[in-house]
Design a protein around this ligand. Structure first.
Ligand code: ATP
Ligand code: MG
Length: 653
């Protein structure tokens, strides 16, 4: 099938799972049906996917709504669940992590190895005074020590707060102060795009100003960069952790003991410090992991490409795969270093069976061309996943055809930092897949699409995505700010969690995400979804990526403004003097309707994205409406916005 045919097919086609996949799938219709009684479903899951030290007797306590407690009288240890119990069960020799460094160095840890390393780290941190109830700030690259640190904290009952290794000293300091962290774990540096970078100076700068709560900084030597060392605070990992005892017995803590604090991506505004606790988080994380990815722990090799600094890297790198006894790949660097085939080379090397990545990456691979993955043996792949944004049908079809060879189901998983784990996804052995739709609530999750008044909407109507019942891995609050928790998530609709996203159900009852409700446009009284218009644009062969916003307009209230990054073919067209703006406007008009035609289509060399790869539409809206650009703290490359703002000013002259 050619790329042109991908475009022509659009979202109408469905992809039922193959007979072979269905026959071998671990989870079928019976599993879906058992979700109709959520409390029983989650209690069963809790007994099957984790090991409790003391069994719980009560599943859910929501008497202090919207503050939920799950399995509250049970006790367990998260690190024991991720490590020791697999060794005790005779699986100590199974590889837990295949680590691939950007420069090409690699290390593999069996479950026995990882258990030993985490025990040593736990002993070293305990020696430095870390105990139950404390917080530890983690500022590390994607190296095994990041997972080891997280699990060592969990082992001691201390909460970690991982900060993406790329934030500024101010951003890091804000997070250290907010969590009142006692210990910081960092590295001298990392490798990024073929360069050795330095991380530790950021920590030094952040801790320069007085009155922080940090007692020690443990520094992993990753690249040997010459970094300043402060003997009052700093300790080398290899001089503390590596020398610590390998004996450590994990103590069980109550299910609601805090596991971590993590900040949201900041796509819609200032990031929020989301609090997660232990029992419910592990249960839903592991249960979704095993069902959505049809896990076969003896034979699968899972690879989630998300950074540890984001929730996807927490749930589907650090916790769920390990709690499930899976083998996974962890990669330090970027997809284009040292060449654009790096991801596929890794899939080939480790015989990855299950790949979980983000639409932004898939669109980039499309732009690079299908000749690149074609050079590698991707025949080990059997299942693909997507997370972080809507995957445009065009990108879905490409991923399915080029990476999955038409053979691998794709699970488009919708969830948030706040939900802790997947909430909405097709199950690969059950659902006929629909490109662009996240389809069905995970069993045991009660999602709905409601109108302004909180009334359930019939199929075909767009509204607000809400969760009607508490779920095990839900956030337990915003760190230190219970009022903000209530106001942000539970005040828009009574007794419902409001996710902030727009959605609609199609005629089959499958759910389509429409983008953030803040991004829904109102053009002459018509409500338009940013996601739908973006998907139409990405469906055109000229366009690699698109971001659509509504800008104030005197006649229509709001006008659709589109920012597009072109494919080579589009750039060619511009060079040949074609009116690309007119072509794309007409294309949207034809795909969706005249009302959705963008007022302007602006070609940009890059789109502004968060460090987790999501498009930051609010900044584009600021530019389009001639405002000062808002908070860019979590932007991957601030120069992109300066460029776009300058182009916009030129156009308006
Ligand atoms: P902030 O809350 O600070 O604005 P954020 O919402 O980007 O940041 P995350 O928790 O990382 O922070 O992202 C969750 C959001 O990502 C969801 O609310 C949704 O808008 C989007 N999202 C995630 N997965 C999908 C998906 N499969 N389809 C559509 N949208 C998705
Ligand atoms: Mg959000």
């Amino acid at each position: 099938m050619s790329a042109e045919q991908d475009t022509a097919q659009g979202a109408e086609q469905t992809f039922p799972p193959s007979k072979e996949f269905v026959e071998n799938a671990r989870y079928g219709q019976e599993f879906v049906d058992s979700g109709r009684d959520p409390e029983t479903f989650w209690a069963d899951a809790a007994r099957s996917v984790v090991t409790w030290d003391k069994e719980f007797t009560q599943t859910l306590d929501f008497s202090d709504a919207p503050f939920a407690r799950w399995f509250a009288d049970g006790t367990l240890n998260a690190a024991y669940n991720a490590l020791d119990r697999h060794v005790e069960a005779g699986n100590g020799d199974r590889v837990a992590i295949h680590f691939e460094g950007e420069p090409g160095d690699s290390r593999s840890y069996t479950y026995a190895d990882l258990t030993r390393e985490v025990k040593k780290a736990a002993n070293a941190f305990a020696e430095l005074g870390v105990e139950k109830g404390d917080r530890v700030a983690v500022y590390l690259p994607m190296i095994p020590e990041a997972v080891i640190t997280m699990l060592a904290c969990a082992r001691l009952g201390a909460a970690h707060s991982v900060v993406f290794g790329g934030f500024s000293p101010d951003a890091f300091r804000q997070r250290v102060d907010d969590a009142e962290a006692k210990l910081v774990v960092t590295a001298d540096g990392s490798y990024r795009r073929g360069q050795a970078t330095r991380l530790k100076p950021t920590v030094d700068k952040a801790l320069e100003k007085p009155r922080h709560t940090v007692k020690n900084v443990v520094v992993v030597k990753r690249n040997g960069e010459d970094v300043p060392f402060n003997p009052d605070l700093d300790l080398w990992w290899h001089e503390t952790v590596d020398k610590a005892s390998e004996e450590h017995t994990a103590e069980a803590f109550e299910a609601e003991n805090p596991l971590f604090i993590l900040y949201t991506s900041g796509t819609t505004g200032k990031p929020k410090g989301i609090l997660h606790t232990t029992g419910g988080y592990l249960v839903q994380g592991a249960q979704t992991f095993q069902a959505t990815f049809d896990l076969k722990p003896e034979t699968d090799v899972f690879w989630c490409t998300a950074d540890i600094g984001w929730v996807t890297g927490h749930t589907y790198v650090a916790y769920a795969p390990l709690v499930s006894g899976a083998t996974q790949v962890m990669y330090e660097g970027t997809p284009d270093t040292p060449h654009k085939g790096r991801f596929w080379e890794i899939v080939q090397k480790y015989k990855v069976t299950t790949l979980y990545t983000a639409p932004t990456a898939i669109r980039t691979f499309m732009k690079w061309g299908e000749e690149i993955p074609a050079e590698y043996d991707l025949s080990s792949l059997r299942l693909l996943g997507s997370v972080g944004e809507s995957i445009n049908p065009e990108a879905w079809l490409w991923y399915h055809r080029v990476i999955g060879a038409g053979r691998c189901p794709i699970v488009d998983t919708w969830w948030q930092t706040e939900t802790g784990s997947q909430m909405l996804t097709p199950l690969p052995g059950v659902n006929a897949l629909k490109p662009g739709s996240a389809q069905q609530p995970f069993p045991g999750i009660e999602l709905d699409v409601v109108d302004e008044m909180g009334e359930s909407l019939p199929n075909g109507q767009s509204g607000f995505l809400v969760v009607r019942k508490p779920w095990p891995s839900m956030l337990r609050g915003i760190w230190g700010d219970p009022e903000r928790y209530k106001n942000t998530y539970w005040s828009r609709f009574e007794n419902m969690y409001f996710a902030g996203d727009g959605a609609k159900r199609d005629d089959d009852g499958d759910i389509w995400l429409l983008g953030r409700v803040d991004d829904v446009m109102n053009v002459s009284g018509h409500r338009l979804s940013s996601t739908e218009i973006e998907s139409a644009l990405v469906g055109h062969p000229y366009v690699a990526e698109a971001a659509v916003i509504g800008a104030k307009d005197e006649t229509t209230g709001e006008a659709v403004v589109a920012f597009v990054m072109l494919q080579d073919e589009g750039e060619e067209a511009v060079k040949n003097g074609e009116d690309v703006q007119a072509v794309l406007r007409a294309h949207v008009g034809q795909e969706i309707g005249p009302i959705a035609k963008p007022r302007n289509v602006l070609v940009a060399p890059e789109l502004p994205k968060t460090r987790s790869g999501k498009i930051m539409r609010r900044l584009l809206k600021d530019v389009a409406e001639g405002r000062e650009v808002g908070d860019t703290m979590t932007l991957a490359d601030p120069s992109v916005m300066q460029q776009i703002a300058a182009d916009m000013r030129d156009k308006q002259k």
